[in-house]
Design a protein around this ligand. Sequence first.
Ligand code: ATP
Length: 251
Amino acid sequence: MQAFIDIQKLNLHYRTLHALKDITLQIQDKAITAFIGPSGCGKSTLLRSLNRMNDRIPGTRIEGRVAIGGTDIYSPDIHIETLRQKVGMVFQSPNPLPKSIYDNVAYGPRLHGIRSKAKLDEIVERSLRSAALWDEVKDVLKRSAFSLSGGQQQRLCIARSLAVDPQILLMDEATASLDPKSTAKIEELVQELKNRYTIVMVTHNMQQAARVSDRTVFFLNGEIVEAADTRYMFSEPQDSRTQDYVQGRFG
Ligand SMILES: Nc1ncnc2c1ncn2[C@@H]1O[C@H](COP(=O)(O)OP(=O)(O)OP(=O)(O)O)[C@@H](O)[C@H]1O
């Protein structure tokens, strides 16, 4: 598999806190990479560095290089909105807009200038199908997104990300607020999506990382301890700290 995201010597400070320390990591295309590690070790910070969400946080200083498909995303000529279109993000709690199901999915494409109803209808259907939600909502597209269950709302948020045709999907503990059935549905969906997208997920749930991901990266105190194929990470970790963590000795 080919490295699609190339991170070299990335350091990030939140004012005086050195949150990411010399991170060098290659993330493969069309695969699922899971970030694991105890609370506060920098997983979400690194995830947010991949679509420059940290830029919004005052006092943040970032050094090093993040290239996506060979382009340095921190170079001054990068257009942030274009970057965020290519690198979609799904958060811990579903955050649909206070609009209809249809309008949630059509929101991004409309923002990008698509006006044709036929084209929008096509994008909405395709995105909802890709997010495994179409069959459940096709007859109630005008209903408020808030009328959906939490798991359906999260799949709607995935559909909303997919509607603008991203290359990468970042998921920050996207199943943490869901029940086991909805979680299983999203895990199944993510497995399908990896054929078309590069997926990077932060998870607190080691079983989830083991079930779903191809590669796993273990973080501790802002550093990468180990990055490996998931099956090796859980069966033959190379570092004793990884071993202790995956065996539940701390966390
Ligand atoms: N906006 C922020 N401003 C200041 N410090 C922050 C900010 N966000 C995170 N931090 C700090 O940076 C460190 C890394 O946080 P981060 O959220 O990346 O860790 P995490 O591994 O994702 O944790 P969790 O699993 O609890 O979400 C922590 O010490 C955290 O308190």
